[in-house]
Ligand binder design. Structure first.
Ligand code: BTN
Length: 259
């Protein structure tokens, strides 16, 4: 079990996790956080679970969430951003998760990358995913739930995931278990920092910081039915694809590398 008292003691955030609920098992921390948001929970409130029985990924996929090894976290933030301007928030969170992976691994694995728009990769395999959901009310967004699944100490994956998934543990040349409490404290600090940067400075600043970490740059990919050379991320957070018909901005993922 995660030692959530230690997490509370060692947190280095201003808001994130200052109110924190730790569950041994739940359906989905994102569902719990959306309910808490609707019920008036504070901005920065965090729900973390040791296991999820109905963990959700993007595009309706399942996020496998076994007990005791990884992090399943949802953060409530009442960001003062209009719904139309929220999509690049995913990039800010992905950037923060990638920074967290690198800080925890301290050079013992290749640097992590962000696969636009919501995956974090190490050596081409996914170690984390981000699922941001918005509660919409009469006057627009009432706040967002930032859901993060980070594979920390998972030592094996189901056969269908083995080729595409990894964990911080497995990414090391000599696998060594990581400190999950430290991982959660580092994650919350980095996510808080990048979300505040996004709110204060906008997507262009996030795109600039993300660019050196962007996966598949200079290679051919398909994305939302378009095929082209991946050139980067625009100032609005769109994916820039160099297609047969010119440079196109793409707003909906996922990216599929062309073999
Ligand atoms: C993805 O890459 O598809 C996004 C995965 C997001 C998984 C996390 S785990 C914590 C939170 N609760 C959920 O049900 N999903 C997110």
């Amino acid at each position: 079990m995660l030692d959530s008292d230690r997490v509370r003691r060692e947190l280095q955030t201003a808001r994130y996790g200052r109110s924190l609920v730790h569950q041994e098992e739940t359906g989905s921390t994102n569902d719990d956080a959306r309910a808490a948001l609707a019920a008036g929970a504070d901005s920065g409130h965090v729900i973390v679970a040791d296991a999820q029985t109905a963990g959700r990924g993007s595009r309706g996929r399942t996020w496998t969430s076994p007990a005791g090894t990884d992090l399943y976290v949802s953060i409530i933030d009442r960001v003062p951003v209009a719904i139309a301007d929220l999509p690049p928030l995913t990039l800010a969170v992905g950037l923060a998760v990638a920074e967290t992976a690198d800080a925890l691994l301290a050079g013992r694995a290749p640097d992590s990358q962000v696969k636009w728009p919501n995956d974090v990769l190490i050596a081409g395999k996914k170690c984390a995913g981000v699922l941001i959901e918005t509660n919409v009310g009469q006057h627009g967004s009432e706040g967002v739930v930032i859901g993060i699944g980070l594979n920390v100490n998972r030592a094996a994956f189901a056969p269908e995931l083995e080729a595409s998934a990894t964990s911080l543990y497995l990414a090391q040349a000599q696998p060594t278990a990581l400190d999950r409490e430290l991982a959660l404290c580092t994650l919350l600090r980095n996510v808080e920092h990048q979300v505040e940067r996004f709110v204060a400075q906008g997507p262009a600043e996030i795109a600039r910081a993300l660019t050196p970490r962007l996966a598949y740059v200079g290679t051919q990919v398909t994305c939302n039915g378009e095929r082209g050379w991946l050139r980067g991320v625009s100032e609005t957070g769109a994916l820039l694809l160099d297609t047969a018909h010119g440079l196109h901005s793409v707003y909906v993922g996922p990216i599929v590398p062309v073999p």
